[in-house]
Ligand binder design. Structure first.
Ligand code: ADP
Ligand code: MG
Length: 602
């Protein structure tokens, strides 16, 4: 056997496999270089999904002619020089392998001029040969990559169709425009302008890549109070997508994929988004450089944090704060045009609470073993509970529910029910259309949660303990959660190989959930960072399901008395906007809207 030392051109082509996966990864690397060179104008032109041609030009620092031949050598970088630099990387590139990799698998050209040079220079690289010559060029750099993988047929075969590659490049540009809002980008595909951003900040960057009507509706997030700084925009719960394509996470200027951060943001929306609905957001997160390791993945799409709990907790709290403020603002808006006699200030500490009398309580289907005592406006502990940033466990809701001494009166008249599903009420100058199922579901959900919160220690021993068979790692994870599960009412212990014994359940859940299924879900969702949170989310899901099952359905005629009870709750609880599954509970139409509709007013 002979061991060969590979020729540099072959080893470059092998290395190219790591960095250059497809045309979009070429675009990404070239954009990184332009940004690192301080450009504030970048133009990307592609032909045929980038397979035929990718051209990136910038007005950055340029490459001095005498450095140009080095730029395409392996591990050639101007961005770091010692190993210590690896621990405080502030540029997007640093591995010095992009240009060498790209050049080795394409017909490659650079035209550039650095401000320190009198003339520009041209580098042409083809068939493993680089030729550098003088070339008249303005400041900045132009890189052209043609016929990608022309010399690696196996790689060429693995390219997707032109339209898929083109779409991937579009996604890259989408993310880069959002992550570099002060850079002007033009993106041209097959001679057609696709994106054009003006470099005037995040709002206008969003405008250039999102549909026009979304941008104005986004909520601004700006939390710069600590060393971890979060700014950006996120959608209110009524705007969402069915995938995560419009979620952009930018950490220290670098777009990254982090499913943990995605789920944390999702969790902050809590029950206000329906299943399989994902918020839209752009989050710019600044973290002290020494707390982030960017050297985790060759394509630098992932990073590692030295203290992920602290960072995740911070993100959760910042997003939650914005969403809570928006919720209060919306509720206040409804108050403003509907309350007539008294106008309470809505705040978390001062939510209107009415204790309903017995007669009303008895109307609520008694799904609980113990009857519901009162129905109150109640923010469950997850939606108001802040996450302790050092511990990333959810604190119980220590803000006591403030029961108001006097009940608040509203002047409303119940018009009735239509289509056996919607309740109509008139309040001052507004008509409310309420979805009876969604609202009743919310009533029950709140009361169940309150029951659970007030009677945390109400646990029900199981006559015959349930045995949950699981994998060893699931067992370990569950045992790690033993105390936390106990605080929720589940006592579990290690019952030998691959088995967990469940001996108690919170009494509110007894008989109502398939325990084994619940544990399967819990152990499937267990993630060391957000374990208790996901358990609580699952819990909430279960409770929402119970509420949904027990609530009055649509297409059900209900008595006037019942309508009155539901409506009373609606006012007493501060107009809940959504059911636990995120569907809206009501819509309004004002007198003004009617007047406009009938052209009484223009
Ligand atoms: P890295 O970005 O990791 O340093 P690359 O292979 O991407 O490695 O680039 C090699 C070097 O070429 C860079 O360090 C930089 O000095 C120079 N360079 C590449 N592209 C540009 C550009 N658009 N403008 C200025 N310099 C560039
Ligand atoms: Mg680079």
């Amino acid at each position: 056997m002979i061991i060969n030392i590979l020729d540099i051109s072959i080893s470059n082509r092998i290395a190219a496999g790591e960095v250059v996966e497809n045309p979009s990864s070429v675009v990404k690397e070239l954009l990184d270089n332009s940004i690192d060179a301080g450009a504030n104008e970048i133009c990307v032109k592609i032909q045929e999904g980038g397979i035929k041609s990718i051209e990136v030009s910038d007005n950055g620092s340029g490459i001095p002619q005498k450095e140009l031949p080095k730029s395409i050598l392996t591990n050639a970088t101007s961005k770091i020089s010692t190993s210590d630099d690896l621990f405080s990387i502030s540029t997007l590139g640093f591995r010095g392998e992009a240009l060498s990799s790209i050049a080795s698998v394409s017909e490659f050209e650079i035209k550039t001029r650095s401000s320190s040079d009198a003339n520009g220079a041209l580098l042409v690289y083809k068939n493993d040969k680089a030729i550098v010559s003088d070339y008249a060029w303005e400041n900045g750099t132009f890189v052209s990559v043609k016929n990608l993988f022309y010399n690696t047929p196996a790689r060429y075969k693995f390219l997707s169709s032109m339209s898929v590659e083109e779409n991937n490049i579009k996604k890259v540009l989408f993310q880069y425009i959002l992550s570099n809002p002060y850079i002007q980008f033009n993106y041209i595909t097959n001679n057609k302008l696709v994106y054009s951003s003006d470099g005037q900040g995040l709002k206008s960057a969003i405008n250039s890549v999102y549909c026009k009507d979304i941008a104005p509706k986004l909520l601004f997030i700006d939390d710069t109070s600590s060393p971890i700084k979060i700014t950006g925009y996120l959608s209110p719960p009524n705007i969402f997508k069915h995938n995560r394509n419009m979620q952009t996470i930018v950490i220290n200027g670098r777009v990254i994929n982090d499913s943990n951060i995605s789920s944390i943001v999702q969790n902050a929306y809590d029950g206000s988004l329906m299943k399989h609905c994902f918020p839209i957001f752009v989050l710019h997160i600044l973290i002290p450089f020494e707390e982030v390791d960017v050297n985790v993945h060759p394509t630098k799409k992932e990073v590692r944090f030295s203290n992920s709990k602290k960072i995740y907790g911070k993100i959760y709290n910042s997003v939650k704060t914005v969403l809570e403020a928006e919720k209060l603002r919306k509720q206040q808006e409804v108050f403003d045009y509907s309350s007539t006699i008294s106008k309470p200030q809505l705040s978390k500490q001062n939510a209107p609470i009415i204790i309903l009398d017995k007669e009303i309580t008895s109307e609520i289907p008694s799904i609980l073993n113990n009857s519901v005592k009162d129905i109150s406006f109640f923010d469950n502990s997850i939606s108001t509970g802040k996450i302790d940033e050092t511990d990333f466990s959810i604190k119980s809701n220590d803000a006591k529910i403030n029961k108001l001494e006097e009940s608040i009166q509203y002047d409303y008249s119940v018009i009735g029910q239509v289509f056996d599903t919607y309740l109509i009420i008139e309040v001052k100058d507004t008509v409310f259309f309420i979805d009876q199922h969604a609202l009743h579901e919310k009533i029950l959900y709140d009361s169940f949660l309150q029951e659970l919160n007030e009677n945390k220690r109400m646990i029900q021993p199981l006559l015959i303990p349930e045995l949950f068979i699981c994998t060893n790692s699931q067992k370990e994870a569950l045992i790690r959660l033993q105390d936390k599960l106990a605080s929720l009412g589940f006592e579990i212990d290690d019952f030998g190989e691959n088995t967990i014994r469940i001996s108690t359940v919170p009494s509110i859940l007894s008989d109502k959930v398939d325990l084994i299924l619940l544990f399967e879900q819990i152990s499937r969702d267990i993630n060391p960072n957000i374990s208790l949170n996901s358990v609580k989310m699952l819990f909430n899901d279960k409770i929402a399901m119970m509420a949904c099952k027990a609530a009055i359905k649509g297409n059900t005629e209900i008595s006037k008395d019942k309508i009155n009870l539901i409506i009373k709750y609606f006012f007493d609880s501060g107009f809940p906007l959504q059911c636990p599954h995120g569907r809206p509970t009501f819509a309004t139409f004002s007198k003004n809207d009617f007047e406009k509709l009938f052209k009484r007013k223009v």
